[in-house]
Design a protein around this ligand. Structure first.
Ligand code: PLP
Length: 494
C-alpha cells in the first residue's frame, strides 16, 4: 500500500543523485538475463545449472539492494550484470583452500598447513591417486594385504623399533594407543607433562576419551622416580611420558627421563609409552639446529612405544606414527578404533615417499622442504630481503617505509619452543605516526587480499615479513604492484 509514496521519494532522490537508483521492477527476469549473449556464453562454458543458480542469487541480492534504496541504476545495465555474474561463477569455481605465502617466521605453522611436501611425495600422489594401487593387496600371494606393511619396514629401519603402525595424526596415535592398552585402567603421567596441544587436544581429555584413568604424579615443576614408583598399583596399565613440545619448564625443575623410567616400568612389567610430538627422525644438532629427541633415542632409552607426527619435523604428510614393541603394536592394530583412525591412501603414498628420502641423509637438506627451510643460510635470506626491498618500498611509498631487518623466527608446531631461528626480512612502518596501528592493520589486510595471500606478523608497531620460507622471490614481487592500487583505494576511503 505504501508503494506509490515510496516511488515518489525514489523519484526525487533520482533527480538529486548523479547515480540514479534502480527499482526492483527494473531488474531483468531470470530467463531474460540468461539469454543475454555474454551470459549465454558463460552457460555454454560452465553449464546451465551453475550459471542459472548464480544468476538467481545475483538477482535476489540486487533485489534486496533495490528495496533498500541502495542499488545504482548503472549496476543493472546488461554489461554490469554479465560482469557481476561472471565474477560470481568464477568465485564459485575457485578453490577455498589456497596457496599462501607464509612470511610469519614460523616454519612449521599449523594454521598454514604445517609442512610442504617433498617433490618425491607430490610425484607419488600424482602417479598413484588417479589409479588403482596395491594399497591392501599382496602382489606376491594375490591375497589381501595390509596398508601398514607398505611402510612398516622403513619405519623400523629408521627408528630401530620392532614394529610400526600409522594412523591419521599423532592425536589419533595417542588416543588409539591408550584405548588399546589402558581402557578401564590407570595411566601414570607427570603433572609437568599434562600438555594441551591447542584446540581440543589436552592430555587429560584424551585419556578420558580413551577410557583410561589418569594418575598424576609429582608437581608442575618437579617429578622424581619415587613419585612414579608410589603411583604404580594393580590397576596401572602403563607409564606415560609426554614431550613438552610447546612450552618449557625452566628454573627449579626435575623430570624423570625415559632412560631412568624404563627400568621401573620393566620391573613392574608395565609398558613405557612416550608421546614425542614432533619426532625428528634425524639428529637435528647435526644440522646446526637445536637438539630434539628422536624416536630412535627413545627406543634405545627403553621406551616400549613411541608416538609422533608425520607433518612436524619429519616433514611429511599429516599422519600419526606408532613404533615399538611388536606385541603392543599388534594389540593396537587389532583395536576397532584402528579402522576408524587409519591413514588414508593419499597421505600414505606421501608418507612412504617422504620416509624413503631418509635413506639418503646426505641429500635430505636439499630434498626435504622442512629441513631445507630450517637450515637455509641466513645470508641467503638477508640477500633476498635486500633484493625485494626496493620493489616493496616503491609499492608502499609514500605511506610506509620498508627496511631490511634481522628477525627471530621459530621452528613451530610446538617443536623446540624456546629456541629461536636467526632470520631476516622486511620491517614495514607507517610514515604517519598518528593512526599507525590502523595503517598496519590495513596493510596486513591488503597483503592477505593479494592473489597469493601474504601472511606476515605485526610486532612492535611494525609489520614484519620474515623471508625464510620464501624460496622464490617472484611469488612476492610479481604481485607487489597490486598493493599500490589497493593502498590508493584505502586512502580514498579513509
Ligand atoms: C603435536 C603434538 C600432538 C598432536 O599431533 P598431531 O599430529 O597434530 O595430531 C600430540 N602430542 C604432542 C606432544 C605434540 O607435540
Amino acid at each position: 500500500m505504501k508503494r506509490p509514496e515510496e516511488s515518489v521519494v525514489h523519484g526525487s532522490q533520482a533527480l538529486a543523485d548523479p547515480r540514479p537508483l534502480a527499482q526492483p521492477q527494473d531488474l531483468p527476469a531470470l530467463d531474460k538475463l540468461l539469454r543475454q549473449p555474454e551470459v549465454a556464453a558463460l552457460a555454454a562454458e560452465h553449464g546451465h545449472t551453475l550459471v542459472a543458480g548464480a544468476a538467481r542469487q545475483l538477482l535476489a541480492g540486487l533485489r534486496s539492494q533495490a528495496l533498500a534504496d541502495a542499488l545504482p541504476s548503472s549496476s543493472i545495465e546488461p554489461d554490469a550484470l554479465a560482469t557481476a555474474l561472471s565474477r560470481r561463477v568464477h568465485a564459485r569455481l575457485a578453490p577455498r583452500l589456497r596457496r599462501v605465502l607464509n612470511l610469519t617466521g614460523t616454519v612449521i605453522h599449523t594454521n598454514l598447513g604445517r609442512t610442504r611436501l617433498p617433490r618425491a611425495a607430490l610425484e607419488q600422489i600424482q602417479a598413484l591417486m588417479g589409479a588403482s594401487s596395491n594399497l591392501e593387496y599382496d602382489l606376491d600371494s594375490g591375497g589381501r594385504g595390509d596398508r601398514d606393511s607398505l611402510i612398516e619396514g622403513l619405519l623400523c629401519e629408521l627408528t630401530g623399533a620392532e614394529a610400526a603402525t600409522v594412523v591419521n595424526n599423532n592425536a589419533a596415535a595417542v588416543l588409539l594407543t591408550l584405548a588399546a592398552l589402558a581402557a578401564r585402567k590407570e595411566v601414570v603421567v607427570s603433572r609437568g607433562e599434562l600438555v594441551e596441544i591447542g584446540g581440543a587436544f589436552r592430555m587429560p581429555d584424551v585419556m578420558k576419551s580413551a577410557g583410561a584413568r589418569l594418575v598424576e604424579v609429582g608437581t608442575t615443576n618437579r617429578t622424581h622416580p619415587a613419585d612414579y614408583q608410589r603411583a604404580i598399583g594393580p590397576r596401572t596399565a602403563l607409564l606415560m611420558k609426554v614431550h613438552t613440545s610447546n612450552y618449557a619448564v625452566q628454573g627449579f625443575t626435575a623430570a624423570v627421563d625415559e632412560a631412568a623410567l624404563a627400568p621401573l616400568a620393566r620391573a613392574h612389567g608395565l609398558p613405557l609409552v612416550t608421546d614425542l610430538g614432533s619426532g625428528a627422525l634425524i639428529d637435528m644438532a647435526a644440522w646446526g639446529l637445536p637438539a630434539e629427541p628422536t624416536p630412535r633415542h627413545m627406543i634405545e632409552a627403553g621406551c616400549d612405544l613411541v608416538t609422533f607426527s608425520g607433518d612436524k619435523l619429519l616433514g611429511g604428510p599429516q599422519a600419526g606414527l606408532i613404533v615399538g614393541r611388536k606385541d603392543l603394536v599388534t594389540r593396537i592394530r587389532k583395536h576397532p578404533l584402528k579402522r576408524a583412525l587409519r591413514l588414508g591412501k593419499l597421505p600414505l603414498a606421501a608418507l612412504e615417499a617422504t620416509l624413503r628420502l631418509y635413506l639418503r641423509p646426505e641429500r635430505l637438506a636439499e630434498e626435504l622442504p622442512t629441513l631445507r627451510l630450517l637450515t637455509r643460510p641466513l645470508a641467503d635470506i638477508a640477500a633476498m630481503a635486500s633484493a625485494v626491498q626496493p620493489a616493496l618500498q616503491a609499492a608502499l611509498a609514500p605511506r610506509y617505509t620498508v627496511e631490511c631487518v634481522p628477525l627471530q623466527g621459530q621452528i613451530g608446531s610446538g617443536s623446540l619452543p624456546v629456541e629461536r631461528l636467526a632470520s631476516a626480512g622486511l620491517g614495514i612502518v607507517p610514515v604517519e605516526k598518528k593512526g599507525a596501528g590502523r595503517a598496519l592493520q590495513q596493510l596486513a589486510e591488503a597483503l592477505r587480499a593479494l592473489p597469493t595471500p601474504v601472511i606476515g606478523r605485526i610486532q612492535d608497531e611494525r609489520l614484519l615479513l620474515d623471508l625464510r620460507c620464501l624460496e622464490e622471490a617472484h611469488l612476492l614481487t610479481d604481485q607487489i604492484g597490486l598493493l599500490r592500487a589497493s593502498d590508493r583505494r584505502q586512502q580514498l576511503s579513509d
